[in-house]
Design a protein around this ligand. Structure first.
Ligand SMILES: [Zn+2]
Length: 344
């Protein structure tokens, strides 16, 4: 199983913040390491939690309060069709999780994470002042943040859609979380995260900010967001995301720079969305991601481009996306330095 072991906030960014003297970033690194260690000990627990026999049922939401422990499913505080509670973190997880589920179903015809109506498990107030959120292979965990670098991670609909989409990728093509395939894994989560945020806010590609994590950064965070899909490399003072293949960074950390190089396909997705609309772009990307023969676990950027291009042609022939979609895809990837040799 391809689990997403890193968090919404890349380890490398936390390390840089810790180096600048932010003690809470250091504490989060220690907590993340402890959680990873615990996870390693509980081998295959994640697999056991997933019940593949769930058929075409509707995905129910369950929100648990970890009460600042590292326990999952600690105290059930809200489930499907239960009214809002006084804790806004619980309601954010419930509402944004529901919107993400609805986006997948209404726009992409996907029934939850596994396409079989798998229930959505949210653990909020996870750990203490944890500056992160993550998908662990079967559930989502959200920290409260320290209130300085980061605030509550449930506040960002893009954070929730991002983490949930790591689950979707796990079931779709299981992109390996390293190098270019890892950056594509990260990229897909950002793309859907942005699309869901636009869906909730009633925005279009033109009116959206295309920022990732701008609603969860705190007053002491050195920037406006974690990433920018529109202008990779400009979201904060540590943002080193490239927006062109010529600047691809083969990094020794962050699983080969998965959160850095995702800037390249992110920019391509932004450009395609500007050309044909975010929902059509998402439909093409999702259909490409679904096709395991087109995008394998170890896919490169070039292979992803070819898959997205071919899918755009197919969907266009079927009348599901606009006629010029493949052309727009080709031009967008060309602009980020990918696929220039393809003549089809
Ligand atoms: Zn991620």
């Amino acid at each position: 199983m391809n689990e997403h072991k890193d968090g919404f906030v890349p380890q490398t960014l936390l390390e840089k913040l810790a180096k600048e003297g932010h003690e809470e970033a250091k504490q989060t690194l220690i907590k993340m390491e402890e959680i990873k260690e615990k996870k390693r000990e509980m081998t295959s627990t994640a697999e056991n939690m997933i019940t593949p026999e769930q058929n075409s049922r509707k995905a129910n939401r369950e929100v648990y309060d970890s009460q600042n422990t590292s326990q999952q499913k600690y105290k059930l505080v809200r489930k499907e069709e239960y009214p809002p509670v006084s804790d806004e973190n619980v309601n954010f997880a419930y509402d944004y999780g529901g919107k993400t589920r609805d986006y997948y179903l209404s726009k992409l015809n996907r029934n939850s994470i596994d396409d079989k109506g798998m229930d959505l498990i949210f653990n909020v107030h996870f750990s203490e002042r944890m500056n992160n959120a993550y998908w662990d292979g079967s559930q989502m965990q959200f920290g409260d943040g320290d209130g300085e670098l980061f605030t509550n991670f449930t506040k960002g609909s893009d954070v929730i859609a991002h983490e949930l989409s790591h689950g979707v990728t796990q079931y779709l093509n299981g992109l390996e979380y390293f190098g270019q395939s890892g950056a594509l894994n990260e990229h897909f989560s950002d793309a859907i995260g942005s699309a869901v945020k636009q869906f909730i806010k009633g925005q279009t590609a033109e009116t959206a900010d295309w920022l990732i994590g701008n609603e969860i950064v705190g007053p002491k965070f050195p920037g406006k967001a974690l990433r920018s899909m529109k202008e990779p490399g400009t979201a904060n003072s540590f943002d080193d995301q490239p927006s062109n293949m010529k600047d691809y960074k083969d990094l020794p950390n962050d699983n080969g720079g998965v959160h850095t190089n995702s800037g390249i396909p992110n920019k391509a997705f932004f450009l395609v969305s500007m050309g044909i609309g975010t929902d059509q772009a998402t439909l093409i990307w999702y259909a490409a991601w679904r096709n395991k023969t087109l995008i394998k676990k170890t896919a490169t950027f070039q292979e992803a481009f070819e898959a997205i291009f071919k899918t755009a042609q197919d969907l266009s022939n079927e009348g599901k996306v606009t006629k010029n979609a493949a052309e727009v895809v080709k031009n967008a990837f060309r602009e980020v330095g990918i696929g220039s040799l393809v003549t089809v």
